[in-house]
Design a protein around this ligand. Structure first.
Ligand code: SF4
Ligand code: SF4
Length: 336
């Protein structure tokens, strides 16, 4: 089993981390079965967030009896000190624990620092002093915020999107974390569903020994695939390298990563799926995206008010309304 140490936290875990966002979509019973199977097969790192509805509750229900044997990372998206404490207390209660191993600021638009007037970083320090959290982390999609956090020396871990579609700048960030001894947790290791070969995803990330991928798992079949890598970790081969190169070519340019930071949309458009529908239709079985339900969701694009909110919030500076329009045009050709 391959392991990774997260910077200077001293946390060493199996390279397969469990991303607990998707378990929101399944029942408590199904989630419990999945979490327990992951634990029984050596997965020790579980990443969740206050914002993932009942994900923390499900982890608490499934893993409270093995709490001391696992690492729990969760997040607060609060921008106030009051909200920070409320989130932390709720997380502790949902997770059935008295401490969180890594407490992360959830994609703030800036890098919280002591004395910046928000009081947020000071709250982290206080929570650490009280023993309610062990390590301070931050998650982000914005390269400049992520770099600032790593360079500040204030954060023990960074969670950032990293997969085989990474740019040179993303790779520089991973190397900067290594140099500064900051743990690097890879979010979107499957690029929100765009990457369909997990062996290629695993082998690519394994080349960066300081990274810990967290796989968003919702189905037992997906979990089994990652568990099989405990004993047989995929390594980079000429065939995989050629495949990744082809993927880079086919996904060159601007594409929607499905992160959802542009939402909510006042016209009710599910931007994070609709703006990448063309890719999804070609990379996964298309029938699931052509149902009457999805057709209705795609047609909502016609109601776009061109308010520009989504463009302002997109960390990849995409022209989202334009992207949506193109995706709708393409989608309609599939229906003919
Ligand atoms: S520009 Fe259109 S898609 Fe974007 S937030 Fe406004 S209404 Fe929604
Ligand atoms: S348009 Fe931008 S912010 Fe919205 S889901 Fe796609 S990548 Fe994320």
């Amino acid at each position: 089993m391959k392991t990774v140490t997260l910077g200077n936290t001293g946390i060493t875990v199996n390279r397969n981390g469990f991303g607990a966002l998707p378990i929101q979509r399944i029942s408590v019973e199904e989630a419990g079965k999945l979490l327990r199977k992951a634990y029984d097969n050596g997965i020790r790192f579980f990443d969740t967030a206050r914002a993932y509805s009942d994900s923390e509750y499900k982890i608490g229900q499934a893993l409270a009896d093995v709490r001391d044997d696992i690492i729990i990372a969760t997040k607060t998206a609060s921008t106030t000190v009051e909200g920070f404490w409320k989130d932390l207390e709720t997380s502790l209660s949902m997770l059935k624990t008295d401490h969180v191993d890594i407490y992360q600021f959830h994609t703030p638009s800036f890098c919280p620092k002591p004395g910046d007037g928000t009081g947020l970083y000071e709250a982290m320090l206080e929570a650490k002093a009280q023993g309610k959290i062990r390590h301070i982390g931050i998650t982000n999609h914005r390269l400049h915020v992520a770099r600032e956090a790593v360079e500040s020396g204030l954060y023990e871990t960074l969670q950032f999107p990293f997969c085989y579609l990474a740019s040179e700048k993303d790779i520089e960030l991973v190397n900067l974390c290594k140099e500064k001894n900051v743990g690097f947790i890879c979010m979107k290791a499957l690029s929100g569903g765009l990457i369909t070969r997990s062996d290629a995803a695993y082998a690519y990330l394994a080349q960066y020994e300081n990274t810990l991928p967290i796989w968003g798992v919702q189905r037992e079949k997906e979990l089994d695939e990652f568990l099989s890598y405990n004993d047989n970790p995929p390594v980079m081969t000429d065939e995989l390298a050629a495949f990744i190169e082809k993927e880079h070519e086919s996904l060159a340019g601007d594409f929607c990563r499905g992160c959802g930071y542009c939402m909510p949309c006042p016209a009710g458009i599910e931007i994070n799926q609709c703006a990448r529908m063309s890719l999804m239709l070609r990379r996964a079985p298309s029938a699931a995206w052509l149902t009457p339900e999805w057709q209705a969701k795609m047609e909502l694009i016609e109601n776009c008010k061109h308010c520009g909110q989504c463009m302002k919030k997109c960390p990849y500076t995409l022209n989202t309304p334009e992207l949506l329009r193109k995706n709708l045009e393409d989608y309609r050709t599939f229906l003919k």
